[in-house]
Design a binder for this molecule. Sequence first.
Ligand code: PLP
Length: 400
Amino acid sequence: MISQHMKKLIQKSEVISSLFADGRNLKQQYGAENVYDFGLGNPNVKAPESINQTAIKILQEEDSLLIHGYINSSAGYADVRKKIADSINRRFDTHFDEQNIVMTVGAAGGLNVIFKVLLNEGDEVLTFAPYFSEYDAYAMNVGAVLKAVPPNTETFLPDLNTFEKYITEKTKVVLINTPNNPTGVVYDESIIAEIGCILEEKQKEYGTNIYLVSDEPYRELVYDGAEVPYVTHYYKNTVVAYSFSKSLSLPGDRIGYLVLPSEMDDYDDIRQGTEVATRVLGFVNAPALQQKVVAECCDELVDVAYYDANRELLYHALQKYGYECIKPQGAFYIFAKTFISDDMEFCKKAKEYRLLLTPATSFGCSGYVRIAYCVSRETIQNALPAFQKLAEYYGVEMKE
Ligand code: PLP
């Protein structure tokens, strides 16, 4: 008999697993090219050519015992961490060294590591709805509880007055994600600075430490010149969870890192804790070959212009067909209001038009869907008549 905890997780995962299953079935029935799968954030843009070349070179030149062996520090290779720290310093005017970087198994691994280090049973993780649906499980993994500030559906930017009221003496972590999955919004400097000020005050008021964890797999995927402030400049108790899954299109390689600023409270314990957590969670260390590869390629980027063109095409078409959505400034998602309040029902109807969308109930914001446009241009072009018919089915008028 499986655990009660896992039973609940399986129930919660059913939305995503049924999306996979429906996608497979529809593709078998109609052929993959006739199914418009906007369900998952799996990048369609290829990794830069240099990734494979670098991997091949490393495999040919490095000692095989080293590159396939356990790494003597769970934090990762020191030379890799140094190169990554240098790259962050160059780009964001920071002063990190290898002691501030811990290599992780993607952002997911990094979040689980830092939660394991920081959270006691019953502690609260506070985030903003809508949020990446796995956050609930990551908090639960360590017996903590995820609380969400209700969505501000005007702009999908954080409502900081409400945020302040949601912080309690149990709040140990505030988790932000910008550019955001699922809305595509980017928090500007004033928002980040204000979050920092509020947390400073709340720490004083409660006499606690509140850590700001910034989940940043989409940092470089921004459009129209949007800037993503480097959060450690605004609040000293900040941990950055970064990933190469999207910036280099390497989601299957499972590689990312945590940034732990030396000036944060309890830095030594936290730093040591991340090594132990990496081990005891069973990661042992982030993949050795991928560490070496990203150290050489961490200043490179996938073709963001491809996503930008997808965004323009889909956003303008959806507007024309009468969908209500804000223009995303980052990541690769459009968050659209459903024409009925039940987003699950809406997604079922969309499937009749062979459109696979993700209901936003799973992101803590019902009445919306997430449309992942990290697909081929052709998929978007072919899907447009289906989006139009879906709007027509609900009697929505086309805009000129
Ligand atoms: N956080 C957010 C907001 C995400 O969208 C994702 C993946 O889509 C992750 C974390 C996990 O990313 P990774 O593949 O780096 O573990």
